[in-house]
Design a binder for this molecule. Structure first.
Ligand SMILES: Nc1ncnc2c1ncn2[C@@H]1O[C@H](COP(=O)(O)OP(=O)(O)O)[C@@H](O)[C@H]1O
Ligand SMILES: [Mg+2]
Length: 233
């Protein structure tokens, strides 16, 4: 579904990603692992059109690198960025409208919002509250719901479990599997390697911008590199 070939991302002198290749199979959960500063967010941002990359990014058979972010969203890719950046002074309703207004209007927009409220009942309860007053977990759900408002076939999730309580982390990982079962392909960036590899069909490990390891979720979970670096055991 998605093929990234020889991707590099630079910020001035800093080379955040060097010659990365990866592919995401339709219907899979694919995980991108690596410690802080490894280049994970830069990779997702490049796919979403938010960083100017070198290399080739193909989605469903056609090139998307160099295209504007809104065109990439229209093609069926949505990014839920790191740090659950909802608009804190806007209501849940307004946040959802903003996520969908470019893609749908009128009845279609209302239907998409209704679908997300059905998926996330807590957002229906909080519908008229300011997003900034929600708990961290609720804000993460809102950020994901907002990304889903564009009805993506590929969802890019950047560290959705970061800073959440263990019970809420469970909910996030359950949600990822549910979305996958509903036909949404997932490219997940995580620091929680253990949990991520449990649900991953395939994984890639970045270190300082270089791809150092890839394999099935199971292969990576058993690899020495992952065990030593991330799983502490
Ligand atoms: N907008 C930016 N300007 C300059 N350097 C950046 C920018 N974004 C990221 N970097 C640098 O690029 C490298 C990779 O960052 P990032 O992709 O955010 O890593 P990760 O998501 O794996 O933590 C880091 O060294 C980071 O400091
Ligand atoms: Mg990051």
């Amino acid at each position: 579904m998605l093929t990234v070939t020889d991707l590099s991302v630079r910020y001035g002198q800093i080379e955040a990603v060097r010659g990365l290749g990866l592919s995401v199979a339709k219907g899979s959960v694919t995980v991108l692992l690596g410690s802080n500063g490894a280049g994970k967010s830069s990779t997702l941002n490049a796919i979403a059109g938010l960083a100017a990359p070198r290399g080739r990014i193909e989605f469903e058979g056609s090139r998307i690198d160099g295209q504007a972010p809104e065109d990439i969203v229209r093609k069926g890719i949505a990014l839920c960025p790191e740090g659950r950046r909802v608009f804190p002074s806007l209501s849940v309703a307004e946040n959802l409208h903003l996520g969908g207004a470019v893609h749908a209007t009128g009845d279609e927009l209302a239907a998409r919002i209704e679908a997300e409220l059905a998926r996330f009942p807590i957002l229906r309860e909080r519908y008229h509250q300011k997003a900034g007053l929600l708990s961290g977990g609720e804000q993460q759900m809102l950020a994901i719901a907002r990304a889903l408002m564009s009805a993506p076939r590929l969802l890019l999730l950047d560290e959705p479990s970061l800073g959440l309580a263990p019970k809420v982390v469970d909910q996030v990982f359950d949600l990822i599997l549910t979305l996958r079962d509903q036909g949404i392909t997932i490219l997940l960036v995580e620091q929680n390697a253990e949990r991520a590899l449990e649900i991953a069909d395939r994984g890639y490990v970045l270190q300082s911008g270089d791809l150092v390891l890839s394999g099935t979720g199971e292969e990576l979970a058993q690899s020495d590199l992952i065990r030593q670096a991330y799983l502490a055991g």
